[in-house]
Design a protein. Sequence first.
Length: 324
Amino acid sequence: MKKNIILYKTIPVDQFERLQQHFNVTAFDNITPENADTFRQALAGADGIIGASYPITANDLTLAPNLKAASTISVGIDQFDIDAMNARKIALMHTPNVLTETTADTIFTLVLCSARRIIEMAEMVKNGQWTKSIGESDYGSNVNGKTIGILGMGRIGYAVAKRAHAGFGMSVLYYNNHQHLDAENLLNARRCDLDTLLAESDFVCVVLPLLPSTEKLIGKNELAKMKSSAFLINGSRGKIIDETALIDALENQVIRGAGLDVFEVEPLPADSKLLKLPNVVALPHIGSATHETRYAMVKCAVDNLIAALNGDLSQNCVNPEVIK
Ligand code: DGY
């Protein structure tokens, strides 16, 4: 007999059909305040769930007595209460690898756009304000040859480091729990403590997962340790930076600028002070958002759920110990 699953995100038709071949699918485009109750009711009969961008709380899990596996269409797993999942022996799968290079492209785009003031300059041209040749007040800062400090030398951090080293001749510093031998041997990266990285980097790139230990890791004190000419780049999760402290640092020239793909609250509220600051490049969480990569993520998540509900947690399960 087919197992029951809930899909809570719109996915390409061919991948939806694959789910239907294997499971009875209850599908939601996404979860909104209007359909949240219906979603919670559906949890009562679900063996598996697959989706993204919606927090699955410990309370939701209590409504799902049969749930065995959750497959998130993301690499980040911060939408899930892992302790509650472990206690209930529910497996959680995610989609690493397929989005690494695309997300690194986005992060490096933020480096370039921030330093070279690309968005500001492009808007000036589009607004018809390019009326004379540009002067010093429009100049940006070099990227080539500078120092990039990467917080989190995982897959994406390493992909950013490759771009910096091979493409832009940058020196690479990194802050990470573990030594990364390839980064050191192949990219000449140097592992250091957080204070050293903050003090020596021209670009501080946050590529860490959001965990209790990384929440608000970058606050007023850390920003004060950065060079006044440096840029802060965040391509992981907004809550790793204290946004109020960041706004204050940007307004008071404690740092030169910021390139942000992620925010404490998403979508970023229209009245956020960040939107008023010319030295901020703000993107709508597009790290992995290309047709090719988003398709690959969906396919990976579908593969993961089919495998997991057939008892195979060998791929992309973040808590395989739940079945031991
Ligand atoms: C991820 O995969 O975690 C991206 O940030 C999209 O949410």
